[in-house]
Write a protein that binds this ligand. Sequence first.
Ligand code: 9Z3
Length: 339
Amino acid sequence: MADPSSQQDERDYFANEPPPKDLQANVTLAREFIDRHGAACRRLVLVTSGGTTVPLEAQTVRYIDNFSAGTRGATSAEFFLRQGYAVIFLHRQYSLLPYSRHYSHNTRSFLDFMREEDGRVVVDEQHQANMLDVLRQYTHVKRDGRLLILSFVTITEYLWALREVAQLMRPLGPRAMFYLAAAVSDFFVPRDRMVEHKIQSNDEFSQSLEPADGTVLPPATRTEGRKLVIDLEPVPKFLKQLVDGWAPDGIIVSFKLETDPSILVKKARYALDKYSHHLVIGNLLSTRKWEVVFVSRLDGEKWIRVPEHRRTKSFSGVPSLVGSADPAAKQHQSAPSQS
Ligand code: 9Z3
């Protein structure tokens, strides 16, 4: 049932936080994509990926960010595409993308995969098989027009895009899935408490807020002596709105990230009880590349682990559940297939 207090939080949030400039252009692209695949009776998934930033100034010099590179989201998107889904990939700008992720964000350049031969660029022998496999998948998906890539940077841009796209997907009912792997900030600086200009290190130059209605709001960031004080507010629980209002018949998979192993499952269960959606995938920061726990009402708690001998080293030297070129390891990937 819709919760009136979270509906009010939503109204206040979107009334206070201006929409991103490219929202209408993105909505147009998403509408065409959803209509086309909806008409073809194709299953559609919105995959969110990467970290959201929290700007501290309106003319943003500084912001709070998180660690996510978008590995989970980009890799999972590839697996959904392989299962025949159409994918809207809503990702943090410049984070990993499906397919190109194999050759980007590494310690070595994509140029290291190539060499010159008779005045032409060719792929090194040792990378031919993998690159051909990736290229074929990519070409196939592109030919079918099954991947739409949208981007965000801030938490507000993310929430605006999520709401708009979810509402467009609503008529698809359970053929629409939401796979929320983006690392979403829990706290933010509301626009009406945000200073306009760069935060100063000396309180002699500190800024005040002057809302049009004459009320006085304390800025969320202020210098006190030589200290910077940041006073963040909670981001409204958008998952409640997604489940109850924006896409009530969609299949909703959320992720829960923790660092303390003793609370991971408890928090995942709590989210499942609170939002009554389909699946929470729990993961720990330190082990997320090779183990996750699925928590659902149907199956309870189920751990999925990549066996130790299949934990491949990525280029950055971090063992990886995602991004392995080993087909056997791919059986353990986290993108579920819908049946
Ligand atoms: C996750 O837990 C993702 O699996 C990771 C993936 C961010 C850990 P990487 O990009 O990492 O592969 O390096 N996402 C967190 C989802 C989240 O923020 N959930 C919120 C919550 O639980 C909103 S649904 O409150």
